[in-house]
Design a protein around this ligand. Structure first.
Ligand SMILES: CC(C)(COP(=O)(O)OP(=O)(O)OC[C@H]1O[C@@H](n2cnc3c(N)ncnc32)[C@H](O)[C@@H]1OP(=O)(O)O)[C@@H](O)C(=O)NCCC(=O)NCCS
Length: 185
């Protein structure tokens, strides 16, 4: 349900739109919800992110709002990622800094539809997010929190020049330790 027609008046300027060779990184829009849920609802992404079976379209919308709101509140967030040549919605990537006392810092992260894995899109989006973190946000260091079982995500971190600093359990995910990957400017 969309109670108010905000067309043309949405304040999404806190989240910039950026382009790379093959991608557009842009703010989430309300009408991304089906495409974004389609990403989360694949067995591969559900398994990798340990999403609960109950996670539904409404939860996907809440995540979009969480990321878009984070841009407004603290200048970080995930972008919706589109393929430049086709406009196809690929997933999300960007900078995440939730209000969690044991979170290491601004995290670079990536979640793409499995149909678009194996093309270097996550690495390309991650590289642009890191550039934005260092050049536009003037950060000295970025982090990635990756479960040791998540080989593809670790491979992206390695390709982006990140190193494993430590493994530790964080309160939001008490059942396993996350690897804390990092790269300095
Ligand atoms: C993590 C995730 C984004 C990685 O996706 P990916 O497609 O493997 O990563 P990239 O986009 O960087 O692509 C790398 C692959 O594309 C290949 N590739 C092809 N063209 C390429 C190019 N131009 N540049 C770089 N790599 C390229 C690489 O060789 C590599 O292939 P390989 O997997 O056979 O080694 C994906 O697995 C995912 O969405 N997982 C579920 C969500 C998740 O776990 N997120 C992370 C939570 S910590």
């Amino acid at each position: 349900m969309k109670p108010v027609d905000l067309e043309g008046t949405q304040r999404v300027d806190a989240c910039p739109t950026l382009e790379t060779d093959r991608l557009v990184l842009r703010p989430f829009r309300d009408d991304d919800v089906d495409d974004y849920f389609a990403v989360l609802d694949t067995p591969e992404v559900r398994r990798s992110l340990h999403l609960p079976e109950s996670l539904d379209r409404g939860d996907a919308w809440q995540q979009m709002a969480w990321f878009l709101g984070q841009w407004v509140l603290r200048g970080t967030g995930h972008w919706a990622v589109e393929e430049r040549s086709t406009g196809v919605f690929l997933g999300r990537a960007g900078l995440h800094c939730p209000e969690r006392s044991d979170w290491p810092g601004v995290e670079v992260g990536w979640v793409l539809h499995p149909d678009h894995w194996g093309r270097g899109y996550a690495t390309e989006a991650g590289a642009e997010a890191i550039r934005y973190a260092f050049e536009e946000l003037d950060l000295d260091r970025i982090y990635s929190c990756i479960l040791p079982e998540n080989g593809p995500s670790q491979a992206v971190a390695r390709r982006l020049g990140m190193e494993l600093l430590e493994e530790r359990t964080m309160a939001f995910f008490p059942s396993a330790a996350h690897g804390i990957w990092s790269r300095a400017r």
